[in-house]
Unconditional design. Sequence first.
Length: 346
Amino acid sequence: MPATRCHGEEVNNYEKMAKHPDLVIIAGSGRPSNKAGFLVSAKTLCQASHILRALVHRCRARRSPARRTILRLPNDEPRSFRIILGILHNRSEAVPLEPSITDLYYILLSVAKYNLSKIIRPWAPYWLTCARNADPSENAVLLFIAWQLGDANLVLSQINHWIKHAIDTKDGLATRHGQPFSRRPVVAEMDACRRIVRVRRYLVERALNLWHTTINGLKHDYDTEADNYPFPVVADLKVDQPCTAFVLGCLVQHEWKTIGDTLPTDHRDYSGQVYLLAKLITGAQDGGSHFCTRPMDVHHHCRYFRLVARMKREYARVVGEAMGGLSREWEMELAHKAKLTGSMMR
């Protein structure tokens, strides 16, 4: 659609949402392609939310008598805000049952900002289904979506997922593809996100000590010469990253064959340098070779195996204690959100 002049401000999209509009909303900021104009009913907005009512009255107080009221919302994403206006003005054809996760994030961001939880009741159950079917590894915003829709199970599963599988960057927590949570400030500032950081730090303090004990034991009983020490990677492992050194108990997460909750028990389940380390540790069980120039006696084999077994038990215990469930306050708040949005009614 060609750019349209909207009361002195150029926008690329200018859509009539109400039959008898008396208010112009311009959502977005920057270039015209990043903004959209909507003709809406001021009365409809005022009835929907006391926050929107205050914004409308403020704009009317500032406008000149000869001009129509213009409400600018530079921090709202135009495409998602159009969906909210479609709900408010009973235009169901403008409201998708299966929005993208990104659109759903921006919709719920505006819903939370303007206190519009009640207006999304007919669509919330469908949107919650979309969130449940999304890949948590690629969508840090699912935590925010689950919270706004009041799904306690999805919130808890998201917290547990990111405790185990987030990666650490200079910008804080990030998805497996390196997208930092801080790109979505609202997500990064959530109490649930702070809990993830706190639990991961706790896991490091408790489980990393066992990791160091095992590695130091291995290095102590072998010559560390390049020709004699069969695991050069082990000596240089970076163990300062939460959940990269101990998720498997004693092996490195990014060299798993598959990422999951089950801890492999056989060295054949691993690959690369981790395969060699696992074969050394489990050698006492299957009598396999030690891949080193000097034999290792059964006493040392059993010692290392006990260390690893202890590490795995400690990790499982610490994770169980740290994750736990949702606090009573969180449960009450989520139940309230679920009641407001009607997300659990379907």
